[in-house]
Ligand binder design. Structure first.
Ligand code: FAD
Length: 636
């Protein structure tokens, strides 16, 4: 029998980013005992890196903003493939979640009359992003951690122990979800993992798990994502029997650093363009005016003068195409570089120096100023930045019920970047931080209701615990046949494959090659061997993460190959058009043993009152004639 440290909680939240922390707060406030587990240090989640802001239609800077406009922008950004109910809840609830953060102690930047200030971002009709300079994510995490401490202080007063009902397990990685078979259906019974420092195993017995593990970017070579983003939550959920959707939609942010090579991929916030920065090619041309796609024709400025006037007068002018949704800008940059009009290091230029004073730049974009000064020796107040696309966000994730966050396995909930549906084929900037708050809270609530409905707590079986421990220790056993494989080599080959063959522009033949390579890597994975002991052993940690990255990458590649159209974050060179017949179709991933299956499934049609928020002629760009036959505009 394996030696395992055991804990028992009502809810275990895996992930201490924005989504996880908001779920923790909600679940604890509903009276549940909660563990929050994170593989990095507490406070060092990916959310901390969020720069530009949190989208919420508070209407503080432009009173015309409201939830309907935000809903429309989000659906347009996602090319109408979004789960419309999630987009509705998100648009309606985001303002309250932002105001609520201020009750926890957050302090956003202010307008001159003292309200929360909001900035422009791509795809958002009005200034909508509540922000704290370009360090918004840090403030989000700081205040939610503060709220958690205050909840622990309340528990101390009641129980004499700060951690009586809410405990943080930092630097602890979950490797497996454990389930109980109940009448032929699996339901959550626990989570198994290890302490990164000691390598000792830990078991959480719990009927409810909220997955909040973030994204998958570390499967790609050039990425803005940090080391934690290895798709663990996606893979754990899959192995526990849950479904993933939209995995073909990976967002390549248009502006990552391209030089020097050691920092390639690090994000340059969209806030630079929101605050007036413009993209230029090597001829000095503001090229985005040539890349407004048909679906957005008429909505964006057609001259530089109009675009510039828009920054100060949004009533009479249309916004700059530099702020088109990210997928459009990333493709445009790609095309400029391909046409030989790129910058010296393979990107394009992003110029804020000629648009704002040095003082304004340092005040509005302090992190960007320091990032370029320290990492690239570039003074962005005096010269343009060189930027290019970088893998940034995954729209795909665990399929959830929009209202409760419950996945298809009872007891499993998901929120934040590891969940799927909300952003459709492409996420608008700023819509992630608001997503974390809205759906983190809802997942916490969902878990609380689930617990109330249980007549009995599921039990963890010892044989499952032993199997999870054996699986985690496999990399320490040299293979009985074949050569030993190094996890770092396999990771690097995986990143190169995903980058080159399932990257920003895709082709069937390349994705087929990627799938062959993934099959080879999966086979070689069985021979991955690590040296040393279980005490802090990064090679072993990577070997365990690699298993997750491989299965998630296969989901991305298989779904991308199946979707024979271009939409949002998914661009097919061999199927360059958007096809209305694909709009409503979800590609659902499941796993059986090591085999990934992708099955097309139709989404529920949008509720009529929401559909009526759009003009018929706009819907006609996305929907089939058949789908719109019942639209009042058609019947009239
Ligand atoms: P995270 O914040 O990443 O948290 C994931 C947590 O899960 C971490 O605590 C991690 O340790 C833990 N974890 C992972 N695997 C395991 C495991 N196996 N066991 C235990 N714990 C695990 N979005 C916006 O809306 N506005 C912005 O301005 C913005 N700027 C961004 C800037 C950058 C540089 C980047 C990279 C992203 C930005 N985003 C922005 C996107 C946004 O930050 C993320 O989508 C969001 O923070 C994800 O939050 P999350 O709570 O889902 O996950």
């Amino acid at each position: 029998m394996t030696e395992v440290e055991r804990h028992n909680y009502d809810v275990v939240v895996i992930g201490a980013g924005g989504a996880g922390l908001r779920a923790v707060i909600e679940a604890r406030q509903r009276g549940l005992s909660v563990a929050v587990v994170c593989k990095s240090l507490f406070g060092k989640a990916h959310t901390v890196m969020a720069e530009g802001g949190c989208a919420a239609s508070m209407g503080n800077v432009n009173a015309n903003d409201n939830w309907q406009v935000h809903f429309r922008d989000t659906m347009r950004g996602g090319k109408f493939l979004n789960n419309w109910r999630m987009a509705e809840l998100h648009a309606k609830e985001a303002p309250e979640r932002v105001w609520e953060l201020e009750t926890y102690g957050a302090l956003f930047d202010r307008t001159p009359d003292g309200r929360i200030s909001q900035r422009n971002f791509g795809g958002h009709t009005y200034p909508r992003l509540a922000h704290v300079g370009d360090r918004t994510g840090l403030e989000l995490i700081r205040t939610m951690q503060q709220k958690i401490v205050s909840l622990q202080q309340e528990d101390f007063r009641k129980y004499g122990d700060y951690e009586a009902k809410l405990k943080v397990f930092a630097e602890c990685t979950i490797t497996e979800l454990l389930t109980e078979d109940s009448g032929g259906q699996r339901r959550i019974a626990g989570a198994f993992g290890y302490w990164r420092e000691s390598g000792r195993f830990v078991l959480f017995e719990t009927p409810a798990v909220v997955m909040a593990t973030g994204g998958i970017g570390k499967s790609f070579k050039v990425t803005s994502n940090s080391w934690e983003y290895t798709g663990d939550g996606h893979a754990l959920a899959l192995r526990a029997g849950a479904t993933l959707i939209n995995m073909e939609f990976v967002q390549f942010h248009p502006t990552g650093m391209v030089w020097p090579p050691s920092v390639k991929g690090i994000l340059v916030t969209e806030g630079v363009r929101g605050d007036g920065g413009v993209l230029k090619n090597s001829d000095g041309k503001r090229f985005m005016f040539s890349y407004v796609p048909d679906v957005f024709k008429g909505q964006y400025a057609e001259s530089e003068d109009e675009a510039d006037r828009w920054y100060t007068d949004q009533e009479k002018n249309r916004r700059t195409p530099d702020l088109l949704p990210r997928d459009e800008v990333a493709r445009a940059i790609n095309a400029e570089v391909k046409a030989g009009r790129g910058s010296p290091h393979g990107g394009v230029f992003l110029d804020i120096a000629s648009r704002l004073t040095a003082e304004e730049i340092k005040k509005r974009l302090p992190s960007m100023y320091h990032q370029f000064k320290e990492l690239a020796d570039v003074d962005i107040t005096a010269e343009p930045m060189e930027v290019g696309p970088t893998c940034h966000y995954v729209m795909g994730g665990i399929e959830v019920d929009p209202d409760t966050g419950s996945a298809t396995v009872p007891g499993l909930f998901a929120a934040g970047e590891c969940s799927g549906g909300m952003h459709g084929s492409n996420r608008l900037g700023g819509n992630s931080l608001s997503d974390l708050l809205v759906f983190g809270r809802r997942a916490g609530l969902g878990a609380a209701s689930y617990l109330e409905s249980l007549d009995r707590r599921p039990a963890v079986s010892q044989s499952d615990v032993d199997a999870a421990a054996r699986a985690a220790l496999v990399p320490f056993d040299p293979p009985s046949d074949g050569v030993e494989e190094n996890p770092y080599t396999l990771h690097s080959e995986l990143q190169q494959t995903m980058n080159d063959l399932v990257g920003i522009i895709r082709k069937a033949e390349e994705m087929e090659r990627a799938l062959e390579k993934l099959a080879e890597l999966k086979k070689r994975m069985r021979n991955v061997t690590v040296e040393g002991h279980r005490q802090f052993n990064p090679g072993w940690h990577l070997a365990l993460d690699l298993r997750n990255m491989l299965v998630v990458s296969e989901c991305v590649a298989r779904a991308a190959l199946m979707r024979t159209e271009s939409r949002g974050g998914h661009t097919r060179d061999d199927h360059p058009q958007m096809d209305s017949h694909w709009r409503n179709r979800l590609l659902v991933c499941t796993v059986d043993g090591e085999d990934v299956t992708v099955t097309p499934e139709d989404q529920k049609p949008m509720r009529e009152d929401l559909l009526e928020l759009f003009e018929l002629n706009e819907l006609e760009k996305y929907y089939t004639g058949e789908e719109l036959a019942g639209h009042p505009g058609r019947q009239a």
